[in-house]
Ligand binder design. Structure first.
Ligand code: BGC
Length: 921
């Protein structure tokens, strides 16, 4: 076998293990789990028959080869006897009550109608050993959860099912196939013996869950979020979901930082919590304490009966000082190997004091814009969740400045933020204080830091590869690029550009003839993060969701899995995955929480750094996103998140910082929205001061797809793109033709008006080219990929897109036009129509679609066109708000008079009135 081929078995095994290690067992009374060999299991809940492999939107659109659901996996387990009668009852009901696909992007139901439980079904529960109840939920891009029944809360039907099954079953196990945490108040009411968060595990999901249910893998996942009694208990809830402005009044008190400080009694399950099938004893001490770091040694012994892994979590309680601080901060974690009963392992965790430091954004410590350690006692806690972690020692620290920085991206308007005050009885009071506002104008800063402009030399014959081979400097190379091409390279092309791998999100770099003439390759990026999204239907591996990865607390395992993803990307000739997603779970209602990792930035950062590093082994520069503050989907391109500089640095930027500094991330995606009055893509402080100057990032920054930017004090607009150039947001994604400037952006105009400089465009171009020089595309362009790997890259799987019924159409004898009436087409996600055409004329045709969708412009509706089963193009349409529009493309039918044209639809909610093919004579 060609050793460059993807080892799909290994890939699946790693994904399966990750799913299993991500499952979090919240209840397990009387050792209800694991299932014993030979037990009879009654499976309840229609979602057992339709597994959610991922959440909704761009992060979930992977065309998989297969998906193993929980029930499929249990059917394959020898020692599990599923109640056939109950399965039959569900199957019959589902035939009459089919799965509701919803109406496409942003309009998919969060849950499915549940079947009412009958006495006959309960009889199955009575006679079987165990009842398994599966509950499913989804949400995603452009579709936040809501705090109502059927989304964050259970429906009456679901509650009724759990209640009645619990009443009659010996043991009830509830499995949650959900993107992120949901309301858990029902556990106390109905007392199921076991509750397992199984998340959304990608194509191997069911297998991983079954491994935990059967005890093949000892439960070892830990919560990455605090589960509070009520959604209203989360301090962010009251300032979440406004489409225009959200004040982050809770400041740094996000998740457990809030609950452990102010509201312990509101917590049902603390951050880091998760049960095991075995028991562990942990002994820990602070082994070393130097100026910059401490080393904590933890010895974990398996004191139970079965093999298992344990997660060791290290927290610190820092002095309240002048700044005020949360009662606990996660500063390190590790997962043991699988320990046999009686076996022990010592893990040493080295913690940088930088990770304990607080950022002074007001100057109250006398050191404004610095990370500081305030004077006093630093107490270290070790345990397997934030609440039960025990003190393992403390030490005194003098006041110290750990890092001096510059004020950056601070709020421009005042608001009251939360602050902790320690009371004499040792408890904390939440008070408020006025947030410090900006004192440094980012435009002045930019003016002082303007890059030099290189004199244009014209084409000197240097190719980009000459920079790689150190024959010329990057400056010499860049000096050859014309103004027109420097502007064009700012524009990425997509979606589904024919210049790169079919069905992917964007092409960038060599997007004009002038740029390709200089030997600049066309880079390719694809969504992400749950696997490779190729809208033309090409199959890829579907990965577990971000929350599930977080819950593993296992950076080695996540890294090993992403090494496979890196190889898969490379084999598909893709330079960057648009992921990992790493926004903070600020509130449980954020629809995209499934893509993201945790409410904690250190855990988020470390898991993502592992992913980034692993993909880099294949030369892939993964794109960490969304930078920053993309914490809700409602109004994601209109809303301004007002966040203190301290909360930005300690919470919302910290994960990104780790992914850049520790993971070596080379690509970043800014958001659709605004932070502190500036749309992120046009923020100099974000994209230059913090990211590049402070963190040493030297890669590319790209916008989110069709994002806008603004001039300070004004609203964002589609044509306002010069601020992106100035900010060092190197690439605007995406346009159909980079040279033609189809969106009529203001870059050239602002360049000629002196508002941005050629030097800035050259600097940004250097970022893009520097990225490409480290990417597979430059090797492909210059034939530097060995024969075996190239062979593996060019081997394609058989196309297995479903085809509908066949209709034949002949071209008009006079006009030679081919008219495909929309009535013949059935656009629906995952469906295809094949039309047989007979054409007299041979050559290029203009293929004009008349179509509409009542979704908004951000909805992505890909239609892939295949000629004789060969993918020709993917027409990526955006929502049209219900208006009929026309989209034209060129289709070449150069030889032969009989063809089959196939249209494959990647999304729902698209209507096609007609498609007319007119010969281009
Ligand atoms: C999403 C991004 C995604 C991009 C390309 C946007 O709608 O927010 O996360 O990578 O589309 O599909």
């Amino acid at each position: 076998m060609n050793s460059y081929k993807l080892d799909l078995e290994k890939y699946a095994a790693l994904a399966r293990q990750a799913v299993a290690e991500g499952c979090v067992l919240l209840e397990n009374e009387g050792q209800a789990l694991p299932l014993r060999d030979g037990e009879r299991v009654a499976v309840f809940g229609r979602m057992a028959f339709h597994y959610y492999k991922s959440g909704l939107g761009s992060g979930g659109l992977v065309n998989t080869r297969y998906v193993v659901g929980i029930l499929d996996a249990l059917k394959a387990c020898e020692g599990v006897h599923l109640d056939e009668k109950l399965m039959g009852i569900y199957e019959d009901w589902i035939m009459e009550n089919p799965y509701d696909e919803g109406q496409g992007w942003g309009r998919v139901p969060w849950c499915q109608k549940e079947m009412g439980v009958t006495e006959e079904m309960l009889d199955c529960a009575r006679r079987d050993d165990v009842s398994l109840v599966v509950i499913g939920r989804t949400a995603g891009e452009d579709q936040d959860n809501n705090a109502k029944a059927g989304s964050y809360c259970l429906t009456e039907m679901e509650e009724d099912m759990i209640r009645r099954v619990c009443e009659v079953s010996e043991r009830t196990v509830v499995v949650l196939n959900v993107g992120n945490i949901i309301d858990m108040s029902w556990v106390e009411k109905y007392h199921p013996q076991a509750v397992l968060y199984a998340w959304q595990g990608g194509q191997e999901g069911g297998n991983g869950v079954a491994d935990v249910l059967t005890g093949k893998v000892c439960a070892c996942g830990k919560l990455t979020d605090t589960i509070a009694a009520d959604i209203k208990d989360y301090p962010s809830t009251e300032n979440f979901g406004d489409p225009f402005k959200n004040y982050y009044k809770e400041d740094i008190y996000v998740g457990y930082r809030y609950f452990e400080t102010f509201a312990k009694d509101k917590v049902l399950y603390p951050f880091g919590y998760g049960l095991s099938y075995t028991t562990f004893e942990t002994r820990a001490e602070i082994l070393k304490n130097t100026g910059d770091e401490i080393t904590v040694s933890v010895t974990v012994s398996n004191t139970g009966e079965v093999r298992g892994k344990e997660v060791v979590q290290v927290y610190v309680k820092v002095p309240q000082g002048k700044l005020g601080n949360p009662a606990r901060k996660l500063i390190g974690f590790a997962k043991t190997k699988e320990l046999a009963p009686g076996e022990q392992e010592e893990v040493c965790i080295v913690i940088q004091k930088y990770d304990m430091a607080s950022y002074d954004d007001s100057g109250v410590t006398g050191h404004k814009s610095c990370y500081v350690l305030e004077e006093g006692c630093y107490e270290v806690f070790v345990g397997s969740d934030v609440r039960s972690a025990v003190s393992v020692g403390c030490y005194e620290e003098e006041f110290r400045v750990i890092e001096e920085l510059e004020e950056a991206y601070a709020p421009v308007e005042k608001f009251q933020r939360m602050k902790a005050v320690l009371l004499p009885d040792g408890t904390y009071q939440a008070v408020t204080e006025e947030v410090p506002v900006r004192t440094v104008d980012p435009q002045e800063r930019r003016a002082n830091e303007m890059p030099e402009t290189l004199d244009y030399t014209g084409d000197k014959g240097y190719k980009l590869v000459d920079v790689l081979d150190k024959k010329v400097s990057m400056e010499e190379f860049i000096a050859q690029i014309s103004e027109e091409d420097l502007i064009a390279i700012f524009r990425g092309e997509g979606m589904c550009s024919p210049k790169v791998t079919a069905g992917t999100a964007a092409a960038f770099g060599g997007v004009t003839d002038g740029l390709t003439a200089l030997g600049i390759p066309v880079g390719c990026c694809s969504d992400g993060p749950s696997g490779i999204r190729m809208d033309c239907g090409t199959k890829a591996f579907s990965l577990p969701n971000g929350t599930s990865f977080g819950c593993t607390f296992n950076v080695e395992l996540v890294g090993a899995l992403y090494e496979m993803t890196g190889k898969e990307l490379r084999l598909n000739k893709i330079d960057s995955l648009l992921g990992p997603g790493m926004n903070i779970h600020r509130n449980p209602l954020n629809g995209r929480n499934f893509e993201y990792i945790s409410e904690d930035p250190i855990l988020t950062g470390r898991i993502c750094a592992a992913q980034v590093k692993a993909m880099a082994k294949s030369g892939i520069g993964s794109t960490i996103k969304h930078f920053c503050g993309n914490n809700q989907e409602v109004g994601r391109s209109t809303s301004d998140s007002v966040i203190s500089e301290r909360a930005l640095r300690e919470i919302y930027l910290k994960g990104f910082e780790i992914a850049v500094k520790e993971g070596g991330a080379r690509s970043v995606m800014t958001t659709y929205g605004s932070v502190n009055g500036l749309w992120t893509a046009g923020s100099y402080d974000l994209c230059t001061t913090i990211l590049r100057k402070e963190w040493g990032f030297d890669g590319i920054v790209m916008t989110d797809w069709w994002a806008k930017s603004n001039y300070e004090g004004h609203q964002a607009e589609a044509l306002v793109k010069a601020p992106m150039v100035a900010a060092q947001n190197d690439i605007y994604m995406v346009v159909s033709d980079a040279k033609a400037n189809p969106e009529n952006d203001d870059v050239e105009e602002m360049l000629h008006a002196g508002k941005i400089t050629l030097g800035e465009l050259q600097r940004n171009a250097a970022n893009i080219l520097g990225f490409l020089l480290k990417s597979p595309s430059v090797l492909l362009l210059t034939d530097r990929i060995c024969k075996e790997e190239l062979e593996a890259m060019n081997t394609k799987e058989e196309d297995d897109v479903d085809a509908g019924s066949l209709v034949s159409i002949e071209s008009d004898s006079v006009t030679q036009k081919i008219v495909i009436d929309g009535a013949l087409l059935h656009p629906a996600k995952g469906k295809a129509d094949v039309i047989a055409v007979t054409n007299e004329f041979m050559g290029d045709f203009t293929m004009k679609f008349t179509l509409k969708s009542d979704l908004s412009e951000l909805a992505q509706l890909p239609v892939s066109v295949f000629l004789d089963n060969i993918h020709k193009m993917t027409v990526s349409v955006q929502g049209t708000n219900g208006k009929w529009v026309e989209e034209s493309r060129i289709l070449n039918m150069g030889f032969g008079h009989n063809h089959y044209i196939k249209f494959y639809y990647g999304a729902d909610n698209l209507e096609i009135k007609e498609i007319v093919l007119t010969p281009n004579r």
